[in-house]
Design a protein around this ligand. Structure first.
Ligand code: NAD
Length: 485
């Protein structure tokens, strides 16, 4: 990999109707480098006035984009993918700077996957169509799959590029137009992508990007009568509010919300491999991964061994500057995320938990936290039940398969789960009983645009990726043509 250096991004503007402009009221938002805590640039802080303009532009662009032949839409999206690959180093640098992601992760995971997602939906949309149906009356009857209209795409801070691509690619492929509101604290790749989409041939107004704070720039999208669908990824708390608000306006919503996945290590697992998977599951993206595995459930005979190996292995996992290609654990994306981790560890200590390793922030500038393993908490502890969203692992022992499944399913969330076992029958049996949108066996974070992910329970509803991820961006119309003479 060519060395990726820290960029110096220019101040950002809103992208509305194919033009760059400041927020109507001139507001700005700071963008921090999480590895130093310093401000690296600012972006426009959009408000309801800007959302109004963006929705107007998206509505005006809708008929022509909807009627653009699907082959042409596919060609444009393939060009987006090609441009992502061409600009991969710049995108990696921006995303790493903005989120504090190690470049070693960002390039293959965030950037390459974003390109894959555009290619996947450019191809998939070519295969999507209505159906001829047999009906009782003399009629030629068929269904049409049509775009929904104007989509509001609201995304969180932790995977800005991937999670915008998982909405924009299927939405645009299906002929919708979009207003995208990226996270307040990590807006840079969304602005860069607006340039690439324009260069690829996406017409003015088809994609609009309104950066800004959630209540100012996100909330008006939930309520705007010109928005036909809301695609939201973020926390369960904000998601509940977003779903209720958009629901009151009868807008269809997809909700990709928080997670708190269990990683079950059975006593028949390949222990060496399982340890690698356990570490990957909770430090991936510095633990800021909705589908991460912050809850380790381990068969009692392996409990002490596994804790011992983890305590030995974790200090060797490289933590440091995201731009050092050797780094695996970077800083947390911001002060508020670090504070949440600190709060959970304080609560664990107050409950009498044993901090097996870690437990403190790292003594250097920026928002770094040590990878931390916590043992001895009851399943009912809020530290086990709530989403911590940092490099923190709680560990509990189990005695039977049924108990492991009950513990795994015993939180309000249901996004992902993992099973470490060499028993193939057990793998299938347990996977079937886990309340989760995706289950990994003997690995973690295997993600592919062909395989849907999404939540159950408080982790939300709807799926991204796969044909399931295209479905919410189309609606079905029935056409019946009388054959009577
Ligand atoms: P968040 O809920 O704070 O913010 C998400 C988005 O909602 C941001 O763009 C924010 O500006 C916007 N927002 C905030 N208030 C709003 C309002 N009143 N109206 C409309 N929009 C508003 O989430 P976050 O802290 O950025 O992201 C972390 C959360 O996202 C975690 O809970 C994580 O599990 C979840 N997440 C889920 C998935 C998934 O696929 N299920 C993926 C990534 C992250």
């Amino acid at each position: 990999m060519t060395p990726i250096t820290r960029p110096e991004p220019a101040p950002g503007q809103l992208f509305i109707d194919g033009r760059w402009r400041d927020a109507a009221d001139g507001g700005r938002l700071d963008v921090l480098d999480p590895s130093t805590g310093t401000i690296v640039t600012t972006v426009a802080a959009g408000t309801a006035k800007d959302v109004e303009d963006a929705v107007t532009a998206a509505r005006a662009a809708l008929p022509a984009w909807r009627d653009t032949p699907v082959r042409e839409r596919g060609r444009i999206l393939n060009r987006v993918a090609a441009l992502i690959r061409e600009h991969a180093d710049e995108l990696t640098a921006l995303e790493s700077l903005d989120v504090g992601k190690p470049v070693s992760l960002c390039r293959p995971v965030d950037v390459d996957t974003a390109a894959d997602v555009y290619e996947y939906y450019a191809a998939l949309i070519q295969t999507v169509g209505g159906e001829h149906r047999t009906v009782a009356m003399p009629a030629h009857a068929y269904t049409r799959r049509e775009p929904v209209g104007v989509v509001a795409a609201i995304t969180p801070f932790n995977f800005p590029l991937i999670l915008s691509s998982s909405k924009l690619a299927p939405a645009l492929a299906a002929g919708n137009t979009v207003v995208h509101k990226p996270a307040d604290d990590t807006p840079l790749s969304a602005l860069f992508m607006a340039r690439l989409l324009t260069e690829a041939g996406v017409p003015a107004g088809v994609l609009n990007v309104v950066t800004g704070r959630g209540p100012d720039a996100g909330e008006p999208l939930l309520r705007h009568p010109g928005v036909d669908k809301v695609a939201f990824t973020g926390s369960t708390a904000v998601g509940r509010h977003a779903a209720a608000t958009a629901g009151a306006a009868l807008k269809p919503v997809t909700m990709e919300l928080g997670g708190n996945a269990a990683n079950i290590v059975f006593d028949d697992a390949d222990v060496e491999k399982a340890v690698g998977t356990v570490i990957k599951a909770f430090v991936f993206n510095t633990g800021q991964f909705c589908m991460g595995g912050p809850r380790l459930l381990v068969a009692r005979p392996l409990y002490d061994t596994l804790l011992g190996i983890l305590a030995q292995a974790l200090p060797g996992v490289p933590l440091g500057d995201p731009f050092d290609p050797a780094t695996v654990i970077g800083p947390m994306a911001g002060e508020r995320h670090l504070a949440k981790v600190r709060d959970h560890i304080d609560r664990a200590r107050a409950e009498g938990a044993r901090i097996v390793i870690g437990g403190d922030r790292v003594d250097r500038p920026g928002f770094y936290h040590q990878p931390t393993v916590i043992a001895g908490l009851p399943d009912s502890s809020p530290v086990v039940q709530e989403e911590i969203f940092g490099p923190v692992l709680t560990v509990q022992a189990f005695d039977t398969e049924d108990e492991a499944i009950a513990l795994a399913n015993g939180t309000p969330y249901g996004l992902a789960a993992g099973v470490q076992t060499r028993d193939i029958a057990r793998a299938h049996r347990v996977a079937a009983r886990l309340d989760a949108g995706i289950v990994w066996v003997n690995d973690w974070a295997m993600l592919d645009p062909a395989m849907p992910f999404g939540g159950v329970k408080a982790s939300g509803f709807g799926r991204e990726y796969g044909p399931e991820g295209l479905e919410p961006y189309t609606r079905t119309k029935s056409v019946l043509i009388s054959l009577e003479a």
